[in-house]
Design a protein around this ligand. Structure first.
Ligand SMILES: Cc1cc2nc3c(=O)[nH]c(=O)nc-3n(C[C@H](O)[C@H](O)[C@H](O)COP(=O)(O)O)c2cc1C
Ligand code: SF4
Ligand code: SF4
Length: 257
């Protein structure tokens, strides 16, 4: 049995995980979310991890998952991260966590994907995202091929600036992450469909008696609620009004439930 664990907000990481899954037999693709029970030790021939970069680090829930899991057996371990511009030392940090468990990673992959970050700057427009996905395609093909053949892929050397961003900016990002959802609000176009609550990996949104979303202050900042809302009714402060919404074109919203 092979296993791939992924974390996603807008579907990029899920897409990469699914592409790898198509090429290797007998594989289970598992979403890391708050309801995931990972108390049982993990045993797999091929064991993979796919996740997005947040502030030159890992999504907090994903990092906690990596720190807590017990790996009983894994013959070949790979990790693939994806990001909009730069990933800093995130793979070095990931490697360190697994090394503490006595696990060596055989293959490290990186893919530049459309950005879903809207707090500063903007998420990729539809046109820009299409171009980025076209460029990403052969990169993903190459990763998929190498992983299916259990090839080694060394980690790309990280410059001092990348290490600095991961060491300095990431802790600042994490320090206020849970309560950062106080910036979210919904507009009058909200129709109470509840999709925002269903896509939230942290179960951080409940609908009140008027079927309006209420954020619970255990946010991961994945922006799934913002991007998947079919009414574009969610904003993250007034700054995001008019900003792009991005979800991977090959992912259906129901795949995140
Ligand atoms: C909170 C947050 C922080 C991010 N930080 C970075 C970053 O430091 N560097 C970067 O290149 N992209 C950054 N991004 C963009 C995502 O890494 C990128 O869009 C990724 O492909 C999203 O994957 P997903 O669709 O699986 O969630 C960030 C996105 C979010 C939501
Ligand atoms: S997904 Fe959008 S429209 Fe649906 S309940 Fe949430 S905010 Fe309202
Ligand atoms: S509230 Fe929104 S941004 Fe926060 S974890 Fe849930 S889906 Fe992600």
């Amino acid at each position: 049995m092979n296993k791939i664990f992924y974390f996603t907000g807008s579907g990029n990481s899920l897409t990469i995980a699914k592409r790898i899954d198509e090429k290797i037999e007998d594989c289970e693709v598992i979403q890391v979310k708050s309801s995931l029970d990972f108390s049982k030790p993990i045993a797999a021939e091929i064991l993979g991890f796919v996740f997005p970069v947040y502030a030159w680090g890992m999504p907090v829930m994903f990092k906690e998952f990596i720190q807590k899991i017990k790996i009983e057996k894994a013959d070949y371990v790979f990790v693939v991260t994806n990001y909009g511009g730069s990933c800093g030392n995130v793979l070095g940090i990931f490697r360190k966590i697994l090394r503490k468990k006595g696990i060596e990673i055989a293959a490290f992959g990186e893919v530049v994907m459309p950005s879903n970050y809207v707090v500063m700057g903007d998420a990729s427009s539809q046109h820009k995202a299409a171009n980025i996905l076209q460029i990403a395609e052969p990169v993903i093909d190459d990763l998929v091929q190498k992983i299916s053949e259990k090839q080694a892929m060394p980690m790309i050397k990280v410059k001092f600036s990348g290490k600095f961003l991961s060491a300095v900016v990431y802790p600042l990002f994490v320090s206020n992450i849970r309560k950062s959802d106080k910036n979210f609000f919904f507009t009058e176009t909200c129709n109470g469909c509840g999709i925002c609550a269903k896509v939230c990996p942290a179960e951080n949104i409940v609908l009140n008696e008027k079927k309006q979303p209420v954020w619970q202050h255990r946010c991961e900042q994945c922006h799934a609620c913002f991007h998947w809302c079919p009414q574009r009714a969610i904003e993250f402060s007034k700054k995001t009004v008019q900003k792009n919404r991005y979800t991977h074109p090959n992912v259906k919203v129901s795949e995140l439930f």
